[in-house]
Write a protein that binds this ligand. Structure first.
Ligand code: CP
Ligand code: NVA
Length: 307
């Protein structure tokens, strides 16, 4: 049966670690200049119904480095934007390609695409989750801290797609996670229910300094996600305190690292000073999108039979 990456809830901790180990190996090969055309002749279709820099470039560059080819499909110039049913897009792309990456709004659209596709489907961000980003995040944290088990991550900001995926990824990999968010902006109820299975490992509080206490990793994301542009002015008031700044850094472990999925808004969710002091960690994280996405494509697409 084909495998997809639709959300981290579908993966075991062992499966997440297998992706991270594969990503480490692919990164080492790349750095050593060793060619690795493991997906030669294979094609990834990339559907984008939202903007992207990192996700597009990491998947597109990644498939080329693996010997394959990418096709970029935006809703503006494909039939997807003219309401061709996702069930039909899935079956058509399955006749041409070997994998589909999709960035869209509703998680249900990705799940339906995967249900109707006979080739692997990879979620490149929905309103619900961003699994590919969190794989790169965990890879980066492990690179810098040499382990995941027992570390504490504190996420400051909106209980959005990033918070949802971080909770699942961290808990499945043996980490603790504390979410600092306003009471009305908590993570998705399904994720909150999942986290209840990890007593003592999970905290969700409006108290930023309590959440940041002894954290090994501080993480933040934009106050208004793609699709929430009209709420920005209201959110700017609600989230004003939810910022990684010197006071939050002081509450964390003295060696705490900082992660941001990017794009960043300096002076909003993070100060320019903290961002620049931790820029190496943040851009390592961005680079690791490439290696993590190559690992996902390799593991899911290597066994897709040729047409
Ligand atoms: N972090 C991330 O997914 O970036 P893009 O929106 O640029 O793809
Ligand atoms: N929460 C952000 C993440 C961007 C990578 C968004 O959905 O826009």
């Amino acid at each position: 049966m084909k495998k997809d990456l639709l959300k981290l809830l579908d993966l075991s901790g062992e499966e997440i670690l297998e992706i991270l180990d594969t990503a480490d190996q692919l990164k080492a090969m790349k750095k050593a200049g060793i060619q690795h055309p493991f997906l030669a002749g294979k094609t990834l279709a990339m559907i984008f119904e939202k903007n992207s820099t990192r996700t597009r470039v990491s998947f597109e560059t990644g498939i080329y480095q693996l010997g394959g080819n990418a096709i970029y499909l935006s809703d503006k110039d494909s039939q997807i934007g003219r309401n061709e049913p996702v069930e039909d897009t899935a079956r058509v792309l399955s006749r041409f390609c070997d994998g589909i990456m999709i960035r869209t709004f509703a998680q249900e659209e990705v799940e339906t695409l995967a249900q109707y596709a006979s080739i692997p489907v990879i979620n490149g961000l929905t309103d619900f989750c961003h699994p590919c980003q969190v794989l790169a995040d965990l890879m980066t944290i492990r690179e810098h801290k040499h382990k995941l088990e027992g570390l504490k991550l504190c996420y400051v900001g909106d209980g959005n797609n990033m918070a949802n995926s971080l909770i699942v990824g961290c808990l499945k990999c043996g980490m603790k996670i504390a979410i600092a968010c306003p009471a009305d902006y908590q993570p998705d109820p399904e994720i909150m229910a999942f986290a209840q299975q990890y007593p003592g490992q999970f905290q969700c509080t409006p108290d930023i300094l309590a959440a940041a206490q002894d954290a090994d990793v501080l993480y933040t994301d934009v106050w208004a996600s793609m699709g929430q542009e009209e709420e920005f002015h209201q959110r700017k008031v609600i989230f004003a305190r939810y910022q990684i700044n010197d006071a939050v850094m002081a509450a964390a472990h003295p060696d705490a690292m900082v992660q941001h999925c990017l794009p960043a808004h300096r002076g909003e969710e993070i100060t320019a000073e903290v961002f620049e002091a931790h820029a190496d960690e943040i851009f390592d994280e961005a680079e690791n999108r490439l290696h993590a996405q190559k690992a996902v494509m390799y593991l899911l697409m290597k066994d897709v039979p040729s047409l």
